[in-house]
Write a protein that binds this ligand. Structure first.
Ligand SMILES: Cc1cc2nc3c(=O)[nH]c(=O)nc-3n(C[C@H](O)[C@H](O)[C@H](O)COP(=O)(O)OP(=O)(O)OC[C@H]3O[C@@H](n4cnc5c(N)ncnc54)[C@H](O)[C@@H]3O)c2cc1C
Length: 499
């Protein structure tokens, strides 16, 4: 039986480890943290449970596939709860205007008609257009590796790339269909889910609201981290071996062949290695010799563009917020300026932010009669940021958010309700999970870092080494990171069979 080492027990590392185990490989996982999940981690404090990172479950079939691919029933591991409305979007400084986004057309279309009947029609035309492009992207780009130039540079793929029509930005693409500022911002801001600006990210990323609409938005009982625990359980059920608190310090490469790793100063040898730690960090820190890096030498890694980071506050409160929903987005008044500041690193004076309240739907997430608020502010990643993430900066962002929240009817008592706050800053994402530049979504998925131009599943200059995770093709977000894992395991198995 061939032995594979997987580095990192985040969602992509676990998905690749499970897939390889179920296909007959012996798999050992090495993770620097003390538990599973990576960014899909969890904080427990005073009876409150908070997801640290991901919170919005989209494309549930990809989550389910992790279990069904291993011939297990997903129902034995995780429980999905469908959300409706899927999210609420607040506008205006006063937050006197909000839209409940429902995946039920009989709710959603009348709401759009009230804003602007022409935009309701525009929205349907947008859906028709983006759904066709999504099917093309899924079949020809997202679920396909580009490990060889010929995988992209062939007539069929070039033709499909042309048909994707993804050269303009998400904002520009949406404005072709809708006039209302509210509806276009509601659709455009969602590119931030993968850390890219709606003004810069390829227009294909307007697929996100379509995916919500067509495939639903879900909550996992126990929070997102329940998926990480379920994957850990499945991995152990299949007799996988996990070493927590084992940071890998080097991937050993001899004569253009990956042969093992060094973890906690011990050499561990294997036939093949799948690395799910963040690709730019791996190239800089775990692969020691430039000749084994191919084009991804330090200068190239420094020149690449990174997704935004986030500053997250986990707020333990003393009450329940009756009128809030699970996912609540507050769009800054000066939305354009806010987007520019996130990506040019200037101090953000009027942030957009997101409030996730898992305890609205899941009593196990907070003490009885209380809500835990996860408040996420998109901020700049380290290479462009002008912030020091010290106590002053944290207090600055906390104050702006509280000022905005207390203006709302729903959260007007927030200041006196707070019992305790924990924080995750870009520094923490970088230190805890080795997210390069503290970028929460890896390499930014701009056109010149997408598809064949993004790091692929197979090492360029050595055999037996495979990559998955947010900075690799096809990109960030839990379902997409899981897809990257399968591209890596497919490449590994193909090489193994051809050997
Ligand atoms: C704040 C935030 C909010 C998000 N919201 C959403 C959302 O709502 N929905 C969604 O779908 N996605 C969301 N995402 C994105 C999603 O979380 C990620 O794309 C996905 O979890 C990435 O998984 P991964 O396996 O690629 O990386 P990671 O989760 O980073 O896993 C990499 C693992 O490798 C480990 N590691 C690193 N270096 C080493 C080493 N040297 N040795 C051993 N182990 C190492 C790390 O500790 C980590 O466990 C969010 C992310 C963040 C940060």
């Amino acid at each position: 039986m061939k032995k594979v080492i997987v580095i990192g027990a985040g969602v992509s590392g676990l998905a690749s480890a499970i897939d390889l185990l179920s296909k007959g490989y012996e798999v050992e996982l090495f993770e620097k943290q003390s538990g599973p999940g990576g960014k899909m981690d969890q904080i427990q404090s005073n009876g409150f449970t908070f997801d640290i990172g991901p919170s919005i479950v989209m494309m549930p079939d990809i989550y389910k596939e992790v279990f069904t691919k291993a011939n297990k029933r997903y129902e034995d591991y995780i429980e999905f709860i469908r959300l409706d409305p899927s999210l609420t979007v607040f506008f205006h400084d006063e937050m006197d205007y909000s839209l409940d986004v429902s995946c039920d057309m009989s709710q959603f279309i009348p709401m759009l008609e009230k804003i602007n009947p022409k935009d309701a029609h525009g929205f349907l035309r947008y859906l028709e257009n983006i759904y066709g492009r999504y099917l093309n992207a899924k079949e020809n780009f997202i679920l396909k590796s580009f490990n060889h130039p010929r995988d992209f540079y062939n007539l069929k793929t070039l033709h499909n790339a042309y048909k994707l029509k993804t050269f303009n930005s998400a904002s520009a693409s949406i404005e072709k269909y809708v006039d209302s500022k509210y509806i276009s911002q509601m659709l455009a801001f969602q590119t931030l889910y993968i850390g890219v600006s709606p003004n810069n990210g390829p227009s294909l990323y307007t697929i996100i609201p379509m995916i919500e609409m067509f495939y639903g938005v879900y909550y996992l009982k126990g929070g997102m981290h329940a998926m990480a625990k379920a994957m850990e359980k499945l991995f152990l059920d299949l007799n996988g071996v996990i070493h927590y608190n084992h940071p890998v310090s080097e991937i050993l490469i001899e004569n253009k062949q990956a042969v093992g790793i060094i973890a906690n100063d011990q050499k561990v040898m294997a036939d093949k290695i799948v690395c799910s730690a963040d690709f730019p960090y791996v190239m800089k820190s775990l692969i020691k010799d430039d000749k084994d890096k191919g084009k991804y030498v330090d200068q190239k890694i420094d020149r690449m563009k990174y997704s935004c980071s986030t500053f997250v506050m986990y707020v333990e409160t003393s009450r329940k917020y009756e009128n809030a929903h699970v996912h609540n987005f507050v769009i800054a008044n000066a939305f354009e300026e806010n987007i520019n500041q996130i990506f040019n690193g200037e101090r953000i004076n009027d942030p957009s932010f997101y409030v996730y309240i898992a305890s609205k739907i899941d009593e196990s997430m907070a003490p009885k009669g209380q809500d835990g608020l996860y408040i996420l502010i998109p901020v700049a990643e380290h290479s462009v940021s002008q912030e020091d993430w010290d106590e002053h900066t944290k207090a600055y962002f906390k104050e702006i958010v509280l000022k905005k929240l207390e203006k709302t009817e729903t959260f007007k008592t927030i200041r006196q309700d707070i019992k305790h706050i924990s924080y995750m800053s870009p520094d923490d994402f970088s230190e805890k999970y080795n997210a390069y530049n503290g970028a929460c979504f890896g390499l930014q998925p701009i056109l010149k870092q997408s598809n064949h131009l993004r790091p692929q599943s197979k090492a360029l200059k050595c055999e037996g080494l495979y990559f998955c995770g947010s900075s690799n093709h096809p990109g960030a977000g839990v379902p997409i990171a899981i897809s990257s894992a399968y591209l890596a395991t497919d490449a590994l198995i193909e090489d193994d069979q051809n050997a």
